[in-house]
Design a protein around this ligand. Sequence first.
Ligand SMILES: Cc1cc2nc3c(=O)[nH]c(=O)nc-3n(C[C@H](O)[C@H](O)[C@H](O)COP(=O)(O)O)c2cc1C
Length: 228
Amino acid sequence: MAATFRPSRRFFLKQTATGALALGLLPLVGCAAPAWGAEAQAPAAGAAAAAKPKKPLVVYFSHSGNTRKLAEIIHKKVGGDLLEIEPATAYPSDYQATVDLAKKEQQENARPAVKTKIADPDEYGVIFLGYPNWWSSMPMPVWTFVEQNKLDGHTIAPFDTHGGGGLGHSVDDLKKLVPHSKVLKGLAVRGTAAGGAEKDVEKWLEGLGNALIMTTTGNPAIYPDGAY
Ligand SMILES: Cc1cc2nc3c(=O)[nH]c(=O)nc-3n(C[C@H](O)[C@H](O)[C@H](O)COP(=O)(O)O)c2cc1C
């Protein structure tokens, strides 16, 4: 009977602080199932040995720096790679001009060119995708990035910063953009609070449940849906 592994907040924090020490004697995940992984769901014989662990990717777009701060906090907790989505043409430095251009791009369902590319999307398990709430959705360069890098099929954990509108309808839009992906519960943080959002991030990661497991490094390792 498979019980779902749900790290408690205390477990999460304790392991983050003392991970290597506490788990030092456990075999590396991916070589063999750790005791608590086996408890979550026993993998088929040989499957654990064959599966190559995948890294988390924290990838984000940020115009004025708030989402970058939040992305850095998430990256500090989950490890893996951190990548910024850069538009090929920078948005105007004038705030109102950016607001107007962003609205026009959304109305036209535009795909503004982006410079950023993921070399090998298959290296990654869960993709943490961050953006500012722009007109209640994702900025259009994020749409371009998701399509060009063929993120459909990956497990995606969305997060945003906003000026009061939370996630808006961005997660619904994302689900339509990546119909073959599992889109996890999103995190919304006010832009002005992004730099001090550690607690929000911890609570969110813990709430993602058995998508997150601990490794010998003390960081949560993110596995694609179904790996456990
Ligand atoms: C073009 C544009 C549109 C925005 N639209 C919204 C919105 O619809 N709802 C909202 O709550 N905040 C909105 N904001 C505020 C941003 O979401 C917020 O300031 C965010 O933290 C900015 O993140 P960044 O510093 O990473 O760019 C908008 C900001 C801009 C520039």
